[in-house]
Design a protein around this ligand. Structure first.
Ligand code: BDR
Ligand code: CA
Length: 313
């Protein structure tokens, strides 16, 4: 069983990933921490509460960071053209939801859970890395208590999606991502290298929607705006970025990985670019030395991942 904290910025593909975690038999979802990104923090938290209510998810929703690790750091605006002005495909989410978030800040909640279940908690981070960096700053000892960190983020050998260099979750807070990348906890990066090819067709989504009843109808409805955005960029359908990271937790055998030290470019033309120095490659002394080796995904059995999502939801 995997105890999972889902750190998320819902977000259309985040919503699908949440439903996956909620339903997978090997996952014990112990918390949903929110971060700004696909929308402002008040909106991503409201969306998480809305999904919790609609999908009857027991795990608490905990509000996290509303700005970058370094205050007032310049980054991109919420991508309304991808996730809608309400972050959930403009389906008309109510302004407020009649349930409260956990009163703690997300970073504190992460620390509390990791200390409560030493060696058991997997952090699945599919938004900006700000909450994780804040937790590390507050309590650096958690690195040895976390089971693993699985990140949806980065673009290693492929172009980014915010700039030619950088993927959104990392471009949105590069300093936080570099802190998370270089900490001595086990990290697996599921980046655009593998997520861009993992596209659920409209037909597959409709099948899920029909089989999953009311839950499925909401997922189907909120996904339409996002699918329209991706039309022409990928084969017709929905790029399931965040669900790929969740799939890795329960089925790592569906991914090929490469080990090495990961750093994030902070500033300049390639702001937010993720780079891995593969283990065993010799270079002169550099900023990659004496740092932990982490895994990045370099291949995916996309058909099997899509089937896993389908069967789980
Ligand atoms: C990532 O950015 C967000 O827009 C998505 O939810 C996903 O986590 C893809 O680059
Ligand atoms: Ca996301």
């Amino acid at each position: 069983m995997h105890k999972v904290i889902f750190d998320t910025d819902p977000g259309v593909d985040d919503a699908m990933a949440l439903l996956f975690l909620h339903h997978h038999k090997d996952i014990d979802l112990i918390g949903v921490t929110t971060v700004f990104g696909n929308a402002r923090i008040e909106v991503t938290t409201r969306n998480a509460l809305f999904l919790k209510r609609e999908w009857k998810i027991d795990a608490p929703v905990v509000q996290g960071a509303g700005e970058t690790f370094i205050p007032h750091r310049v980054t991109h605006e919420p991508p309304k053209h991808i996730h809608g002005a309400d972050g959930l495909g403009n389906i008309g989410v109510p302004e407020t939801v009649d349930i409260e978030p956990d009163p703690r800040p997300a970073a504190q909640f992460i620390i509390d859970m990791v200390r409560k279940y030493p060696g058991e908690v997997t952090l699945v981070a599919v938004g900006r890395m700000t909450n994780l960096a804040n937790a590390l700053k507050q309590d650096p000892e958690i690195v040895s208590l976390v089971r693993q960190v699985v990140i949806m983020g980065g673009a290693f050998e492929v172009p980014g999606n915010v700039t030619p260099a950088a993927e959104a979750n990392i471009h949105g807070d590069p300093e936080a991502a570099d802190i998370v990348a270089t900490a001595t906890w086990p990290v697996v990066w599921i980046g655009l290298d593998v997520t861009m090819q993992t596209v659920m067709t409209r037909t597959q989504l409709k099948e899920i929607a029909d089989a999953a009843g009311r839950r499925g109808k909401l997922l189907f409805d909120l996904s339409q705006f996002y699918i329209d955005f991706y039309e022409g960029l990928v084969d017709d359908g929905m790029v399931v970025h965040d669900s790929c990271a969740c799939a890795y937790v329960v089925a790592p055998e569906l991914f090929a990985t490469r080990s090495g030290t990961v750093r994030v470019v902070c500033g300049g033309l390639a702001d937010g670019k993720t780079i891995q120095k593969p283990d065993g490659r010799g270079f002169g002394p550099s900023d990659w030395d004496n740092l932990p080796s982490q895994k990045i995904a370099v291949g995916i059995n996309d058909k099997a991942v899509l089937k896993l999502i389908h069967d789980t939801i």
